[in-house]
Design a protein. Sequence first.
Length: 350
Amino acid sequence: MEALTSRIFGTLPDGREVRSWTLRGPGGLELEVLAYGARIHRLLAPDASGQTGDVVLGRADLAGYLGADYQGACIGRFANRLGGAVLRIGEASWQLDRNDGQHSLHGGPLGLHQAVFAAVDECAAEEPSLTLEYVSPDGESKFPGTMRVRVRYALRAPATLEISYEAVCDQACVFNPTNHSFFDLSGSVGSSDVLDTVLEIPASRLTVCDDDLIPTGELAPVDAGTGAFDFRSGKAIGRDIGADERLLKKCGGYDQNFCVDGAGFRKHARATDPASGRSMEVWSDLPGVQLYTFNFGDSERPDKLGAFYGPHSAFCLETQFWPDTPNHAEFPQCTLEPGVAFTTRTEYRF
């Protein structure tokens, strides 16, 4: 089969056509990416016996992705939350659009998850790749500056999905991208829960958050309290998900940023489905990763097979700068200087 093909996936209410691209690469990986939100719609990966299966949740059609739906999407300009929807850069501040109570979530109501990207490079090689671009205008969701964003998907040997991001802005701004895929490594996406998935996160600290999931500025050891947030040695996601911890109880499961140990390009997580033997390592050069366990599912938007996703039917591992970073000078920063390109890279190794 061809290494890279394209088709029309659907049409937006305003009449614009949305294209999809399918990449087929080493190790049996197959990836389908949509122009809408530069999002991953399908990702086929091999299990322990070499049988491929889809490992990401998704919607039945384009209509299911419209609006505030983050499944598989490229997130930005700022992934996660900005407290009070306030952005501070140096002595300047901006009041952004609110879309999560009083806060800004995942780039606001006009984040990258709703942008229509254009292909600027398609490579149908043995290790195929696709580069998508979107120009976010000055003032989109009230963020300052015109920002050009490029997202590159590549399938690498032996069985790796590489996602790299580049952004350049004509004003000082922030850029904190992530991919918001919902993973189910069983290969039968959404058919059950992922509580038996064994997860390892090499992080000895986490960001302490208030009840709105806005960081207080404090960092705490992962083994504080019940130790429910300690994944350093690996454990089933469901083992401590019902522990007597304030945010676990409020959120119905995990929705937590972990401060990954070390620096540079390093392992952020490893997840293994015991039944299929399928495993995935997440590597990145970013300082954190958000574990989200799809705590309430989705009873409104049908999945790829026309059913609905239940609670804990997937997990997200969102590599990122820490939540509310621009409002905490002590956190690793993600500020872009005018005209200076910023790049970052995340890999999913199966």
